[in-house]
Ligand binder design. Structure first.
Ligand SMILES: Cc1ncc(COP(=O)(O)O)c(C=O)c1O
Length: 424
């Protein structure tokens, strides 16, 4: 692709896309419009087939001396290798754990051993608790200081000046989200990471709310740790954590002592979930199939990831614009965060929209949506600090309407009608 022009951006063929997700033709889900994708996406058929195949054909201890065992191990190795290629990193930098919360928990345990009095850790109040609570506790137990980089209480946005004012030679670690699971706005990871690196700090980025919309090229963004949850990226229920820039060599081993030299076991002490890791790479076969369906151009896996991500973002923005416009016109609700798709130029406004009804309880609005065939979310979604910073009662929370690339315009219109009826 580097020698030729990039493949043309065309309209995403949502009919083709939906044919690859069995949920859309299943009896229990077919008639519903799904708007809780930020909580977890449907799995593509490639994922389901790979998992089923593993359980039928190779459900044995992997990496052993007999053929079924060798095949099982090879499938797990392939997932590691393929995800490394898709994200532009080395195989040894990819770690699979039970979830992002578990990955940050173990990472925080490791970081505790590297902090001491006088050190500072910068956290945000924009994060899901998974990317802040464990790091705050790590700092506290090491006697280090936690500094909170706070959002603007009107917009929910983090700004670079805010981070700049907090960084110093004492800063050891900075954590922030690639996008919030409430306000959906992408943060400028490349710029913010460069600022933190300039101060000599390590950077942890929670990509859970961003990765379903774009599979990022991590060397460009350059954080030291990047995390996301595969069950939100059309794959299995695992957390994927990338650890780069030699940080793993500085972190104390969290696994068995005799595995210390095995990098991919150092931060994942739990026994690996063989079948899910083996199936974790299948979503990348879906991605390649999507790329081939939309362009005849030859592409590497990384190039396909870039191309398909661009198609996804374009489709999502085309649906999100009318959805936000309709919400903006409705004075019975407040949108949390950016009300347009271009509030922060050059960065993606992910299609995760949390609203607060002005005259009705969020749970009642959610119930009305469900009665109309919409699957919404309701609550604070473990971003309690952010919801409170925005002046919202976390106990009643928000109604969250989140979609991804397989969502159709018909779903968005149906949800818009149902929401207006629920609020009136
Ligand atoms: C932004 C964000 N970060 C982290 C998490 C935690 O991920 P997991 O469920 O894999 O622990 C979530 C889960 O919803 C999330 O939305």
């Amino acid at each position: 692709m580097s020698e030729t022009a990039p493949p043309a951006l065309v309209d995403l063929d949502t009919q083709f896309v939906r044919s690859r997700f069995p949920a859309f033709s299943s009896g229990s889900l077919a008639d519903w419009s799904f708007f809780e994708n930020a909580g977890g996406s449907y799995a593509c058929g490639h994922t389901i087939d790979a998992l089923t195949r593993y359980y039928i054909e190779t459900k044995v201890q992997p990496h052993g001396v007999y053929p079924a065992s060798a095949t099982a191990g090879a499938q797990m190795d392939r997932s590691h290798q393929r995800w490394a290629e898709a994200l532009g990193v080395e195989r040894a930098e990819v770690h699979f754990g039970p979830s992002t919360s578990m990955n940050t928990y173990v990472l925080a345990q490791a970081i505790t051993g590297t902090l001491g009095p006088g050190d500072e850790v910068v956290v945000t109040n924009q994060d899901h608790e998974a990317n802040t609570g464990a790091i705050r506790r790590a700092a506290q137990s090491a006697g280090a200081t936690t500094v909170e980089w706070q959002v603007d209480p009107d917009t929910g946005l983090l700004d670079q000046e805010g981070l700049g004012a907090l960084l110093s030679s004492r800063t050891r670690v900075v954590t922030f989200p690639h996008a919030s699971n409430i306000i959906g706005q992408e943060n400028d990871v490349q710029l913010l990471t460069a600022m933190a690196h300039e101060a000599g700090a390590r950077v942890i980025v929670d990509g859970v709310s961003f990765a379903p919309h774009t599979f990022p090229h991590l060397p460009d963004l350059n954080p030291d740790v990047y995390l996301f949850s595969l069950y939100k990226t059309y794959s299995v229920h695992q957390g994927l954590m990338v650890v780069r820039n030699g940080w793993i060599d500085e972190l104390p081993n969290q696994g068995h002592f005799f595995n210390e030299s095995l990098l991919d076991k150092r931060l994942t002490p739990a026994g690996p979930d063989h079948g899910q890791i083996a199936a974790a790479g299948a979503v990348l076969d879906y991605l390649e199939e999507l790329a081939a369906h939309h362009s005849t151009q030859e592409m590497s896996l990384r190039e396909a990831a870039e191309y398909v991500s661009a198609l996804w973002r374009r489709h999502e923005t085309a649906l999100l614009e009318p959805m936000l416009e309709r919400m903006r016109r409705n004075d019975r609700l407040r949108i949390l965060g950016p009300e347009t798709t271009n509030a922060v130029p050059g960065l993606h406004r992910c299609p995760t929209v949390a609203i607060v009804p002005r005259d009705r309880h969020p749970a009642d609005v959610a119930a009305s949506l469900v009665a109309a065939g919409i699957m919404p979310g309701v609550g604070h979604f473990y971003a309690k600090r952010l919801v409170e910073a925005l002046g919202v009662d976390a106990a009643s929370g928000t109604v969250r309407l989140s979609f991804v690339h397989y969502t159709s315009m018909a779903d968005v219109e149906r949800m818009g009608d149902a929401l207006e009826a629920a609020l009136s």
